[in-house]
Design a protein around this ligand. Structure first.
Ligand code: TPP
Ligand code: SF4
Ligand code: MG
Length: 322
């Protein structure tokens, strides 16, 4: 039998290339699906930040977007519908040394997982959360989601959805404790990458809503903005993401926005046309649950062993002593 010491996974500090983060599975997403761009941005980030695959975890719920962990060569947890966030919080609280990312969809996060979403923002555990928002349930073949625009015809709304869509940015900014709220779009890959990188470097829960194309069930959804770059609003600030000059030539609508200004962030979140892209809000000093809870103190091996022994003692029948 192999000695236990040899079974331990060895970590390495070696430099990794982008191929080191690709799993053996080819993505099964449709051609033109924005999830492909998000996957590429994630693999670039892992390479550039030198993340070790054996110390990196991707957690997801259920949906097309939630397939992302399968395509990363790292640890992954394809969870249950709507439950990606509590799973990821558990991983991070138990193993603060790991980098933990979450991929979730507009149905997964904002519908069945809505309660977890709000409380995850409030708890502010150090996670990077990517909301792949294609305004539809893609995996189950076109049901209206909380972000479907009014009038969307779908299997559940054959005459067009009648409710106003939910704005994930405004709602997130309304939660006390939320520390990082940003928006990106899959069709500006350089900015998508910069926003995800800023999110990763932030200590606390970073919530990035990514407007994501679903050509299969929402064809042409974002075409008016893709075809007219002036309809994009690029937020720029040294404390957030600065827009490179080359990008500003293509997207001339650039606004200086200090992400520490929550009131300004709320006003921007309400703007839907032009579409804002960048860091809306960031508070690096917001308390994190894992700090408040003193996880290390609670979970030392000695303390766990003493707790277990005390619990077993409760059921032990001791021999009678004279
Ligand atoms: C408890 C439960 N309810 C419903 C489903 C069916 N279901 C699977 S994915 C999904 C919606 C996914 O939509 P979204 O999160 O927007 O992901 P997308 O496929 O668009 O990326 C639903 C309703 C399920 N798997 N489990
Ligand atoms: S159905 Fe939509 S979201 Fe799902 S893989 Fe196809 S294009 Fe992407
Ligand atoms: Mg969706």
């Amino acid at each position: 039998m192999m000695p236990l010491a040899q079974c331990v996974l060895r970590t390495s500090d070696q430099h990794h290339d982008i191929a080191d983060y690709r799993s053996e599975l080819m993505p099964r997403w449709c051609n033109g699906c924005g999830d492909n761009a998000i996957l590429t941005a994630m693999q670039r980030l892992c390479r550039d930040e030198g993340l070790q695959p054996e110390r990196t975890v991707f957690v997801s719920g259920i949906g097309c977007s939630s397939r992302l962990p399968h395509y990363m060569n790292a640890y992954g947890f394809h969870g249950t519908h709507g439950r990606a966030l509590p799973i990821a919080e558990g991983v991070k609280i138990s193993r603060p040394d790991l980098d933990v990312f979450v991929s979730t969809g507009d149905g997964d996060c904002l519908s069945i997982g809505a309660a977890h979403w709000l409380h995850a923002l409030r708890y502010n555990v150090d996670l990077t959360v990517l909301l792949h928002d294609n305004h539809i349930y893609g995996l189950t073949k076109k049901q209206a989601s909380p972000t479907s625009p009014r009038g969307t015809k779908s299997n559940t709304t054959p005459k067009g959805s009648i409710l106003a869509p939910l704005n994930p940015l405004s709602v997130s900014l309304g939660v006390d404790g939320a520390s990082f709220i940003a928006q990106a779009v899959d069709w500006i890959p350089d900015l998508l990458y910069e926003v995800i990188r800023a999110a990763y470097r932030h200590k606390g829960l970073s919530f990035v809503r990514i407007l994501q194309r679903c050509p299969e069930f929402m064809p042409g959804m974002f075409d008016p903005w893709i075809q007219d770059p002036k309809r994009m609003l690029l937020l720029s600030h040294p404390a957030g993401v600065t827009v490179p000059a080359a990008l500003a030539k293509v997207y001339p609508n650039v606004r200086a926005h200090d992400p520490s200004d929550r009131a300004a962030a709320r006003a921007i979140a309400d703007e839907e046309d032009p579409i804002p892209v960048g860091i809306l809000y960031r508070d690096p000093a917001a308390p994190r649950y894992e700090e408040l809870r003193h996880a290390g103190e609670l979970r030392t091996a000695d303390r766990i062993a003493r707790g277990l022994a005390a619990e077993l003692d409760r059921f032990t029948i001791w021999p009678e002593t004279a």
